[in-house]
Structure formats: C-alpha cells, structure tokens
Design a binder for this molecule. Structure first.
Ligand code: GLP
Length: 261
C-alpha cells in the first residue's frame, strides 16, 4: 500500500486528480471505476478544470461507478447517477453511453448485478478504481463483515452509514436502506486502486485499513491484498497512524519516475 499524507484534503484531491489524469493521458480509452460521496468532489472539480484548461480528453474513457441506492431513479437528486452527471459527466467530454452506474430500479436486482459484472469484464476490467472510505471502514457499500471476496450484489446499509448519509435525504425514513454495490472482490480486480480519506471522522477507519489486521470488520483493509493500492490522506485522517513518519519517509525518497508531483 502506498500511503501519501498531505497537509490538507485540498492538496490530496489535487494529487488524486493528477494520478487519474496521468492514467487517462497514458491510456485514452482507460476504464475508470468512480466513487461518489463528499470526498471526491474536489478531485472531480480538478478533473473538470484539467479538461477545460489543459484539454484532458475523456471522449474514449469508459466509467463504472461503485454503487447505487435501491429504488432511486436516475432523475432523483440523491441517486448516484444524478450525482455523477451533476458533479462530473456534464462538465467534461465523456460519452454518456460509456458511463455505467448500477440501476437501482431494475426489476430484477440480482440480474442487474450479474450483468454489471459482465459489463466490467467485457470492458477489459477496470484500470483504476477510485474509492472513498466510510467512517466504519466501508468501501463502496460493502459494510463491515461482508465477504472480502464478494461480487456486485444487493447490500443492506449499516445504521452508521444511514446516520452518516441521511442528512442529504432530509430524514432517515426517506433514505433507502439497500444498495447495489461492486463487491470487494470486484474492487480488488481493478488493476490499480486509489482511495481518498480526509478529516477526523475517518481516523479509526484509516488506522484499521492501513495498519490493522486484514479483516472483514474493516472492508477497507482488503486493500492490503492489492498489489497497487494508493491511499491519500490528510493530517486529520492520518492522525491515528503509528507509522506515519515511515510513510512520509518513503514518500520523500521516491525516484523521479515514482513521483506524481
Ligand atoms: C458512501 C459511499 C462510499 C463513500 C463513503 C464515504 O456511503 N457509498 O462510496 O466512499 O460513503 O462518503 P463521504 O466521502 O461522503 O465521507
């Protein structure tokens, strides 16, 4: 796991955008796995800026989002399809037919999950999967104790996640309690993983993910198994790490071709 600690989330997001932009420049038809939530918003703004000011070209890029709430149509302002359109897709030159978000309104959700996996496979797999981290260590909507080898499926949201995400729905009652999500096995199949976690609320989850045992109780810890996982933190989210100085040292000694900035 490559751990990159920056002073503030702002710098972390700019760094994350640089990493993604490099993937797209090196492989114009890259397959990107995308995430929602508050964490990647600034990163998406930076990708939009790079598209506008530097001509970063998304015309051949294909995307697969991690997850979607069950029952929310694409027109619902809290659906992840809506989120992606508003916060990224409509500001860049991506072909919307090449963007994928699981359909939470599909009449047969299990068939939708199976077909999502097949679409990822048919696209040649995901080149880079972007992730946030739940306060309880979840990735996508893979909640604690879910199988570390799970595939895209219907998951029940934990009470912690409902609490964390319900504000934007106005009330807990209005929030879906189920979601379709790529499984942890699906996520680990990506050729590269980029996880962002910022702020004091993520301290415990980050500590367990990076330095704790590999355990289903912290789904993010599955990244320890991945050969090419990069984790970008700010000082707040990194505050519980015992080996932060070691990560900083490694970061400072990189060879020129290993650096992103
Ligand atoms: C959400 C999403 C995750 C996201 C996480 C953290 O529920 N399903 O993909 O990474 O929770 O959200 P935030 O970035 O808003 O803290």
């Amino acid at each position: 796991m490559e751990i990159l600690i920056r002073d503030y989330a702002e710098a972390g997001c700019l760094l994350g955008a640089k990493i993604i932009a490099r993937v797209v420049r090196e492989k114009p038809d890259a397959v990107l796995g995308l995430a929602t939530g508050r964490t990647p918003l600034r990163l998406y703004q930076e990708l939009i800026r790079m598209h506008r000011d530097e001509g970063l070209d998304f015309s051949r890029v294909m995307t697969f989002n991690l997850d979607e709430y069950v029952g929310l149509p694409a027109t619902h302002d809290q659906s992840y399809r809506y989120f992606m359109r508003e916060n990224l897709f409509r500001h860049i030159n991506i072909d919307l037919t090449r963007t994928h978000v699981p359909d939470g309104t599909a009449p047969d959700l299990h068939a939708e999950c199976r077909s999502y996996e097949k679409k990822i496979e048919a696209a040649g797999g995901i080149d880079l999967q972007l992730l946030g981290l739940g306060r309880n260590g979840h990735i996508g909507f893979n909640e604690p104790t879910g199988s570390l080898r799970s595939r895209t499926w219907v998951k029940i949201l934990s009470e912690q996640t409902l609490k964390d995400n319900s504000a934007v729905f106005g009330s807990l009652a209005a929030m879906p309690k189920h979601a379709l999500t790529m499984g942890i096995g699906t996520i680990l199949d990506a050729r590269r993983i980029l996880l962002l976690a910022f702020g004091p609320a993520k301290v415990r989850a980050v500590e367990h993910m990076v330095e704790g045992p590999l355990a289903a109780i912290c789904p993010g810890s599955a990244l320890q198994l991945h050969p090419r996982a990069t984790v970008i933190l700010d000082e707040n989210s990194a505050a519980g790490l015992h080996y932060a100085d070691h990560y900083r040292w490694i970061d400072s000694q990189k060879l020129p071709w290993q650096r992103y900035e």
